[in-house]
Design a protein around this ligand. Structure first.
Ligand code: CTP
Length: 418
């Protein structure tokens, strides 16, 4: 069956590259229907797009003739994937806030299909907190976001923000088209509750406990020990569990991520606080310990800022081991029926994960290779180690890893009780 893309082109200088993108997609046998925003028409014409797509080009919300022939709801759902390329800072902001003030943003709000945003903008606009906040929101909402390239920009500045080359976007589109659909639909935006349109969801009635993010271990009032965990993978798993109908408790270390819809979040700082919050949240049907807990804390955090004394001596820092939350729960009598740990490894991944299974009393260890840019990045290649053996998954966006993992959790819990 021919696969179909709805391509939304917003008004940036990179819009001209979208013509090449259309050509590449058509060459791969993918049908493209294009929508232009008002400002995109300053950069590419409906005529050239119409020729390349061999289809009608849509560019206004209140095109009554088009609305009678094909309504905007229908238009938003006929595609297998909606692609916004280039996605300007402006359209990303409107998407993140659910604003529907033209045809493009109305389609984005009405669609029930996966969305890929391909940002392109000036480096300062890209780095602006507002843009980064909007991108974090979009990712939490399940939108796939491609990283822009770095280089010289049309405006003469140098930095990150250039739209990736059409071939790279086409490859990403092809990859997304091969992915399985998420196991569950998005949360109902009105209630924040998982929206199963009448279906209770595979984890309905289950309590899933998740830890995510780093911990911060204070040294003195202004310094702390930390690590590079962004919390993205744990938050994506919490979102997927909520979409699958579970009651979700997310114990989160210090991260800058919005709370996924339908999730109960408990914010903590230190490993000891995290252990206490986990214990308070039990019992659970499944616990997934994704947090990158600091292994050590200072023996005695100073009440005042520690001053250097100029002696050239090593810093007066004595470290003691933190409790291992996963192992504590894994060997306790309140252990959830399904207990899953994560393992951040840089070498001998499967071997180390296997050893951790027994040491931590876990059922599965999800091992990820952190030798690349997994921490803070949006994709993850994982291997799942269980008593039954090893399963390797391809490199997937973190939200797809989350969806697949939650599907596996739902199956395992169903098998245990049925
Ligand atoms: N973990 C935990 N409490 C700790 C340390 C780790 O709950 N104090 C959990 C993590 O959430 C993760 C798993 O244990 O699910 C494995 O963490 P990993 O990064 O492999 O750390 P370690 O077990 O300390 O192993 P290593 O010796 O490789 O650092």
């Amino acid at each position: 069956m021919t696969q179909r893309i709805l391509l939304i082109i917003s008004g940036g200088i990179a819009a001209y590259k979208s013509l090449e993108l259309v050509r590449l997609l058509r060459k791969r046998g993918i049908a493209v229907r294009a929508v232009l925003t008002e400002s995109a028409k300053q950069f590419v014409t409906p005529l050239s797009l119409g020729v390349l797509t061999e289809d009608q080009v849509f560019d206004a919300l209140f095109d009554l003739k088009a609305e009678r022939e094909i309504g905007h709801i229908q238009l938003s759902r006929q595609a297998d994937l909606v692609v916004v390329a280039p996605a300007t800072a402006n359209i990303l902001a409107r998407m993140a806030n659910g604003i529907a003030d033209d045809l493009a943003t109305t389609l984005l709000l009405a669609t029930d299909k996966p969305v890929l945003a391909v940002p392109a903008m000036n480096v300062r606009m890209w780095r602006h907190r507002a843009t980064q906040r909007n991108l974090a929101q979009l990712r939490a909402d399940g939108v796939h976001v491609m990283e822009p390239d770095a280089g010289e920009m049309a405006c003469g500045e140098y930095g990150k923000g250039r739209m990736p080359e059409p071939a790279a976007i086409a490859a990403e589109i092809e990859r997304l088209l091969t992915l399985p659909l998420p196991v569950a639909p998005l949360a109902d935006p009105l209630t924040g509750q998982p929206d199963f349109a009448g279906d209770a969801g595979p984890l309905a009635g289950r309590h899933v406990l998740i830890t995510a993010g780093p911990t911060h271990e204070p040294i003195d009032p202004v310094r702390y020990i930390a690590n590079r965990s962004s919390g993205k993978q744990g938050f994506a798993i919490a979102a997927a569990a909520a979409r699958a109908g579970a009651r979700v408790t997310l114990v989160a270390g210090p991260v800058h991520l919005p709370t996924p819809a339908g999730v109960d979040r408990v914010d903590v700082e230190t490993a000891r606080d995290m252990l206490a919050a986990v214990e308070a949240a039990l019992p659970a049907d499944a616990a997934i310990m994704v947090a990158a807990v600091a292994d050590w804390r200072t023996a005695d955090a100073a009440g005042q800022k520690i001053k250097k004394d100029g002696s050239g001596q090593p810093a007066p820092l004595a470290l003691v081991e933190n409790p291992d939350i996963l192992a504590t729960i894994g060997h306790s009598d309140r252990r959830p029926p399904l207990l899953i740990g994560f393992a951040a490894e840089t070498q001998k991944i499967a071997e180390h994960a296997q050893a951790k299974l027994a040491k931590k009393g876990a059922d599965w260890i999800v091992a990820n290779d952190v030798s690349g840019d997994v921490m803070g990045g949006d994709a993850n290649a994982v291997q799942i180690v269980t008593a039954a053996g090893l399963e390797s998954w391809p490199v997937l966006p973190k939200d797809q890893v989350a969806a697949k993992l939650i599907e596996k959790v739902a199956n395992a819990l169903a098998a245990r009780t049925d």
